[in-house]
Design a protein around this ligand. Structure first.
Ligand code: RFL
Ligand code: PHB
Length: 389
């Protein structure tokens, strides 16, 4: 087969890139290692920046998001029984939208189907060849049958465990990584959210987050040791621990119920440089990971897609190489700022096993400063709603 852009990975980054290219008549084929149902069963991000909303609009995939997404003008931050609010709209003029990544992905699959675009599911043994030449190609197999795609460019949108990043030779690539000594245990439950806004909770027992998908679907997380497994936590144990970590008045009104999903995510900060090698471009989690504390993962994947879409568009429409040559530096400049924010917010909100009493006092002083200082709140809000691109 032949196409203009071979896209490795049918997660949100790959699907969004394909739809944006489609609006300009640029052809692509998506290779996805799993099935559609598997991808749609992954429960991940819940908070969308306006930049991502705009891209979904441009891709023609934002109708349901506008109808069903929830506008959040602020968020709550608690420590012990104290709680304060950061008012995004007042501080930045911009809210965020609560709409699940699962739904974003579902909408993008529907648009891909409507456009008649090809997605090869169950694509195994994907190998990217000659990415540093003018004629790259990709080989893979489906049901044991070997296949090949010749293309102009390869977009590596295959997440942290994909093959794209590893295709860039070791002597070209530099990885930067920080692994945190804890994970997040998350549950989804068909119960009303404890509060209309998200609560990020710093407690002596560890971090907790109260989030949501809609009026009757809540998403809660608690910090846990990396050695824990979801099976170690009964629903009752989860609810009891969550209640101990959020302010007492919130714990009293929390509605509990059976979990319909339970999983543990490790926390990591990771960036690879450069994000381009010849005609291969890395996008999203394939190039960088943030701890989920700032809700930046999906949103940073979206800004990569924006830069890559514009680079490819200007190549096909005007023959200019400038966007392609500038892609890695442009994307990385924004990525590192999202990394800094997620790292800062994670450090502020979690219990670290090696923290001294002094370190804990520093966290509380940082929280007290954020609570009382408008400039600090503005910096936090600007980062949370998303830096411009
Ligand atoms: P994905 O979603 O991992 O998709 C990559 C796709 O590539 C496929 N793949 C391959 N396909 C072909 N060949 C191969 N060799 C392949 N290897 C892999 C995979 O099957 C998959 O379908 O990466 P993408 O598209 O870059 O999207 C990134 C986001 O998924 C991720 O950053 C966010 O989910 C992170 N994240 C959050 N981000 C936010 O912006 N806001 C949030 O509120 C938020 N909350 C979260 C999160 C991530 C979490 N976990 C589980 C890590 C909450 C959690 C708990
Ligand atoms: C979520 O709802 O899954 C969620 C929200 C905010 C975060 C991380 C995850 O910072």
């Amino acid at each position: 087969m032949k196409t203009q852009v071979a896209i490795i990975g049918g997660g949100p980054a790959g699907l969004l890139l394909a739809q944006l290219l489609h609006t300009r008549g640029i052809e692509s084929i998506i290779l996805e290692r799993k099935t559609r149902d598997y991808v749609l069963a992954r429960i991940r991000a819940g908070v969308l920046e306006q930049g991502l909303v705009r891209l979904l609009q441009e891709a023609g995939c934002a109708d349901r998001l506008h109808a069903e997404g929830h506008v959040h003008d602020g968020t709550l931050i608690s420590y012990g029984d104290e709680m304060f609010r950061i008012d995004f709209t007042d501080l930045t003029g911009t809210p965020v939208i609560v709409y699940g990544q699962t739904e974003v992905t579902r909408d993008l699959y529907a648009a891909r189907d409507a456009a008649g675009g090809l997605i090869e599911f169950n694509a195994e043994n994907v190998v990217i060849h000659d990415a540093d030449s003018d004629r790259p190609h990709v080989t893979y197999s489906v049901d044991g049958m070997a296949r090949r795609i010749d293309c102009d460019f390869v977009a590596g949108c295959d997440g942290f465990h994909g093959v794209s990043r590893k295709t860039i030779p070791q002597d070209v690539r530099r990885d930067y990584e920080k692994v945190y000594p804890f994970g997040w245990l998350g549950i989804l439950s068909e119960t009303p959210p404890v509060n209309p806004e998200l609560i990020y909770a710093n407690s002596p027992r560890g971090f907790a987050l109260c989030s949501m998908r809609n009026e009757n679907l809540s998403r809660y997380y608690i910090q846990c040791p990396t050695t824990d497994r979801p099976e170690d936590w009964t629903d009752d144990a989860f609810w009891a621990e969550l209640k101990r970590r959020i302010p007492a008045d919130q714990a009293e009104t929390l509605v509990t119920g059976p979990s319909i999903e339970k999983s543990i995510a490790p926390l990591r900060s990771f960036v690879t440089e450069p994000m381009r090698w010849g005609r291969l471009f890395l996008c999203g989690d394939a190039a960088h990971i943030v701890p989920p504390t700032g809700a930046k993962g999906l949103n940073t994947a979206a800004s990569d897609v924006h830069y890559l879409y514009h680079a490819l568009r200007s190549y096909y429409e005007t023959g200019s190489q400038d966007g392609i040559d500038g892609y890695s530096a442009k994307a990385l400049a924004r990525v590192w700022k999202a990394e800094r924010f997620s790292w800062w917010f994670s450090n502020l909100m979690h219990r670290f096993p090696d923290h001294s009493e002094f370190d804990q006092k520093m966290q509380l002083a940082d929280l007290a400063f954020l609570r009382s200082n408008r400039a600090a709140q503005q910096a936090m809000a600007e980062n949370y709603v998303g830096l411009p691109y």
